[in-house]
Design a protein around this ligand. Sequence first.
Ligand code: S3P
Length: 432
Amino acid sequence: MNNGDKKSFAPVERLEGSITVPGDKSISHRALFVSAVASGISRIDNILIADDTMSTAQCLRALGTDIEIKDKTAVITGKGIQGFKEPSQILDAGNSGTTARIILGLLSTQNFFSVLTGDNSLRTRPMKRITIPLAAMGASVDGRDHANYLPLSVRGNRLKGIDYAMPTASAQVKTGILLASLGAKGVMTVREPFPTRDHTERMLKASGVDVKISDKIIQLACSQKPLPLNIRVPGDFSSAAFFMGAGIIARRSDILITHVGINPGRTGFIDILKKMGASLEVTNTRFEAGEPVADVRVRQSELRGIVIDDKELIVRSIDELPLLAVLAAYARGQTVIKNAGELRVKETDRIKAVVDGLLRIGIKAREFPDGLSIEGGTVKGGFVSSYGDHRIAMAFAVASVSSEKEISIDNFDAVSISFPEFIAIFNTLRPA
Ligand code: S3P
């Protein structure tokens, strides 16, 4: 990454137009993994081409999976969960927590040795949340702080299904365990403290796997064999959210975002914005490959500060909380976000990064151990650090649309992690 990639965003007169955003990151990762463990040829249209999903593709290639990607279509030749080969190199998940947590599940079922690492950020992020349940299933994983940090070494095994109550609500961990169960024996039960995005359950069902879901309990017979997939990935809600946010705070805006995934585990952002007074309509809801998809229209709205502390809602909006904090700068009164300590172990400490950025653009904000508070005010502009985190970079680009002066952001090329076309799409919304 080029540390010097600074980008400046000037305030806009208005934002308008109709856009689509690239394919969903979470679904794209899962499509690659499920296709790799299925036997046969899968075709995934509108797959996200970004650094994170390419980390997954590269790791799977190093394990012997044939993946061809052309014009946002991936053709994957899966050989079944026992069809992987021992990698002759260290697997590198780059910046991607999703790649790391999910692939650890897959590697744990393999009768070979592997080592997984990641970039400077990922090597500081907690992995015990996945290595503990995998060890309970019979895997042998080792690394710093009792298998908590990458690099981790994995000696795979024939695992057994367990009944596991996850202490932390994490869709990545849930997915790693569910994937591991495809190479295990017995029955696997996963209990979630709060419902997380259920893309994996939906995709496994679409590939013929019998998954039982009741309340927050997911159960399946181990060793089931998924069939190849033929799906189209919906637009990424988390990428669309930046333009929803920009549309709400930009003067005289009217934006339509079509073909956006609205998985209920992802849409807490909409519920929160509505509570803050935003004008936001979700129309034309339909289903594609088991996922709900819709069009979302946003217009400029007056926001009022609120308290966001409901744990279920926090899980359903976790990736959008930095953006919400930035939007709260434009709200009347104070906004408080609590019970969101997970933000500290994302690509960067997102509580610290957002508070730092808000202070630098003239907004009063304060950190708590598990959240932050923001006083709505006048966004003056200034120079902020993205901390090399894609979502922090884009959140502060959004902050610029109605700021007094421009906002400059360092390391803006971090957006290539999830949304390389961010600036190009943003520019189509500005009047010529
Ligand atoms: C993701 C799950 C969430 C989310 C991340 C993507 C996924 O992380 O923050 O951006 O694709 O499963 P956790 O599982 O750590 O909550």
